[in-house]
Design a protein around this ligand. Sequence first.
Ligand code: 5AD
Length: 453
Amino acid sequence: MPTVYIKTYGCQMNERDSEAVAAQLAAKGYGLAPSEALADVILLNTCSVRDMAEQKAIGKMQSIAAEVRRERPNVVLGFMGCMAQSRGRQLIDQLPDVDLVLGTQKFHRAADYLDDILAGRREKVVDVGGETGSEAAIKEHILEGMRGLNGQIRARSATAFVSIMQGCNQYCTFCIVPYTRGQERSRTIGDIVAECRQLAEAGVKEITLLGQIVTSYARRELKPKDGKSGFVQLLEAVHAIEGLERIRFTSPHPKGYGDDLVDAYDRLPKLCESAHLPVQSGSDRMLQLMHRGYTLERYIGIVDKLRKVKPRMGVTTDIIVGFPGETEEDFEQTLSLAREVQFDNAFIFKYSPRKDTPAAVMPGQLPRQIREERNARLLEVINEIGARRYASRVGEKVQVLVEGPSKRNPARQMGRSRCNKIVVFEDSQDQRGRLMDVHIQRAGSFTLYGPLS
Ligand code: 5AD
């Protein structure tokens, strides 16, 4: 049977989609190759959120076409995911070596289309249509003993991602996602719980529920029950699964942080005290132009409430610098927000105009130099605050879920604390999947170190 190599760009949703496609292909008898040089089919799972991510994937495909295909003309080349969705057939016009373009609602069709192309029944396939029910099609996992995306046999895994919904209805003015992932569609609680239970039975201890805006989960389908949103109802159902030790989710939207969710951190002991809460800007004027749907006051209020319930709450965020019309004063408000909230870490993005988004044609587009400069200034503040916050954990005992040997040094084990900080400790024995207490003695760059306690 032919072998497949999948390379993934972008977010955790993309990683999850790639894994599910790989598992689906493996179930149909395809092999998973450790590198593109050894694969009969090469698929790039793409990201569109910034131009750089698109250019990387296009550049990669050009070099594959030039190098791999010249030597092995029968290799099948495909794009899938967000850029495939937004560019469709254009990708084949631009790169005629590409055989398959698979949109974000069509991942589960990969095997059928590849079968057709490999058997010579079809030469090129472009499918970027919508498909009812596709939100429930990402559910297969690569478990212990199966071959993974890197071609290696998978060891038991302590953590797993579960996709609970697809799409986004927020329409932030900078963001391409509503156009690449479509409208919000949620899986049922029963379906999600069944998948999580299977993972727990396979030894998974921590599950991260994934979606573009998970706090909007089943907003239309599930009426609030005892003041609890559909998302909190889902958290409760997953929480009841035996064997599961920890629950996380990403990404929420600040508007979804009602008191029911704040309260869930208090009531549900498996729900880890960390929140990735994208703020995007520290200026109310920018937040409005971005169509974020909250004010700074509301955002800070949420963080305060969370820290009141869980003082050790890890809070991380996403921030865009250089959004159209952002003045020095707006930017300084972002710097002061970072200082006020004291984020544990933040992902900083230089604004990148995206096709068909309102912000791309707003007045006041800023030159690259200003975006670069603000990026560097904010990064310095974020790193300084992060270093202080990590250092403040020295002397504490933290619970770590061990994910496996550290990649850099196999004589060490790596895991995460409940507040989502990477923790490394000395132990040459593979402690994967165990919950262990580590006495923190030292903080490095966004990592904590210490002996077992
Ligand atoms: N330019 C820069 N950053 C962006 N993001 C989304 N769209 C853009 C864009 N056009 C960032 C946001 C989001 C993260 C995943 O990517 O901060 O939270």
